[in-house]
Design a protein around this ligand. Structure first.
Ligand code: NAD
Length: 439
């Protein structure tokens, strides 16, 4: 394919050279004379393993060139990649001028094109920006509509500096949001030699995944470093702990505990997190991430409380009370916290959980309830059906599968679903009567 790549920085240079290596005819475009001259002379403007040799070979083979002439590059391309910078000012406010300017320049060159050209945005942009800034600038300057006059694709970049060339040919994943079938097919064909398992998603989801990945990577680094500081100060072999930690691919290095849903609770996670944070404090260590997990959890409970009470209804029914599905353990259940708060604010609450034997509570469970929810026996119903009949708002705590068939006769009632699995259709509820933690 004939491809141009706008922006010969860290991502653009790697993409341009690797696309040429795949056999495509590639023109690199940059506003920097220096970067263009370097690529023209077969040298890399950035330090990146393998890149210098690859650029030299591809320029020599006649598959890679560089120019400052936007019009020429777009005229000779079927695919136009945009890899320009999206710097922030240090406060999180991102400057999208490079994207807008590149899109305006490309759009102006598209005016005279009769055939269908696809523009691929690879720069990192917040959800909404591709439409509001990139597509808007392309449409304004080309006088054409995205999807009809030209194709628009968002294809976020996941290359890591230092292993960019390796990552290009061995991607962790390839994400494409394509506004039209022709562009989607072109991208599938382009990536076929390196990834046959492309995620095709919407524009905003494609924008978001890049931030989600980077946020998670940053949290992983900070988590590992807080544990590292703790181990060091406790004179514990950090490497031995790390080796065990990553060896667990069931619960640690896995999708487990990464599913959005309701707050954590129970007899272990909150207690052990508090213990570890306190141990750190005793050692005069500041461990903000471990501490923040508890406040983030409390924030999530507040968020659910607001969802439950925002409709102004006064009678709230809970289906599920134990801290998670398939247990009767009520200790530090976040649903108990919600019920406590609702009762304290004079809501009428009904509860049912088929794992909890209200008259047979004993041991630590009984102690916990007596201390934290002494009114439980009075608000505990005999069935899910009773909770539903007597409540205006039905809170699905725990596993929604369990109560799916009980949810009948819902007219006029609101379902608040604190699980990840449900949706209005799942419960046969009207959309306006359903609110979940997932959009
Ligand atoms: N650096 C990375 O490892 C990495 C990884 C993934 C995603 N990203 C994202 O990719 C984008 C580019 O990042 P980068 O690190 O390569 O940036 P960079 O600053 O290294 O390169 C951007 C290049 O674009 C050029 N440019 C600016 N306006 C232009 C225009 N109108 N026409 C042509 N060229 C223009 C600049 O001169 C510069 O050479 C950013 O959105 C970044 O967040 C970067």
């Amino acid at each position: 394919m004939n491809i141009s790549v706008f922006g010969l920085g860290y991502t653009g240079c790697v993409s341009a050279a690797c696309l040429a290596q795949l056999g495509h005819q590639v023109i690199g475009v940059d506003i920097s004379y220096k970067k263009v001259s370097l690529v023209q002379s077969g040298r890399s403007p950035i330090v990146e393993p393998e890149l210098d040799a690859m650029i030299a070979a591809q320029v020599q083979a006649g598959r890679l060139s560089a120019t400052q002439d936007t019009g020429q590059a777009v005229n000779e391309s079927k695919l136009v990649f945009i890899c320009v910078g999206t710097p922030d000012d240090g406060s999180g406010a991102v400057d999208y001028k490079q994207v807008e300017r590149a899109c305006s320049d490309i759009g102006a060159a598209l005016r005279s094109r009769q055939d269908f050209v696809t523009i691929v945005l690879r720069s990192t942009v917040l959800p909404g920006i591709a439409r509001r800034k990139a597509i808007a600038a392309l449409e304004n300057s080309s006088g054409k509509k995205a999807g009809a006059g030209f194709g628009f694709v968002l294809n976020p970049e996941f290359l890591r500096e230092g292993s960019g060339v390796y990552d290009f040919f061995h991607p962790a994943m390839t994400v494409i949001a394509a506004g039209d079938a022709c562009s989607a097919a072109t991208m599938k064909e382009l990536y076929a030699p390196i990834d046959n398992n492309i995620c095709f998603v919407g524009l905003d989801e494609a924008s978001m995944i890049k931030f989600v990945n980077n946020a998670f990577h940053a949290v992983k680094v900070s988590f590992a470093n807080e544990i590292g500081r703790l181990c060091k100060e406790m004179h514990i072999d950090t490497r031995a702990v790390y080796d065990m930690f990553i060896r667990d691919e069931k619960l640690n290095i896995s999708p487990a505990y990464l599913q959005p849903g309701f707050a954590f609770g129970g007899s272990c996670l909150p207690k052990d997190l508090r213990t570890l944070a306190a141990a750190g404090k005793n050692l005069k260590l500041t461990l903000p991430l471990l501490g923040a997990a508890l406040s983030s959890n409390a924030e999530h409970i507040d968020y659910a409380f607001n969802l439950i009470t925002s409709g102004g209804k006064q009678t709230i029914g809970f289906l599920g009370l134990s801290f998670k599905s398939e247990t009767d353990d009520l200790r530090e259940s976040p649903y108990v916290t919600l019920v406590q708060r609702l009762l304290a604010e004079h809501y009428r609450v009904h509860v049912y959980d088929n794992n909890v034997q209200i008259n047979g509570l004993f041991g630590v469970n009984k102690e916990f309830v007596e201390k934290n929810l002494p009114d439980l026996a009075g608000i505990f119903c005999t069935s899910a059906a009773q909770v539903i009949a007597e409540s205006d708002v039905i809170v699905i705590a725990n596993n929604p599968q369990k109560y799916k068939n009980d949810l009948t006769g819902l007219a006029g009632k609101k379902i608040i679903d604190l699980s990840f699995l449900g949706n209005a259709g799942f419960f046969n509820a009207a959309k306006e009567d359903y609110e979940g933690l997932c959009w």
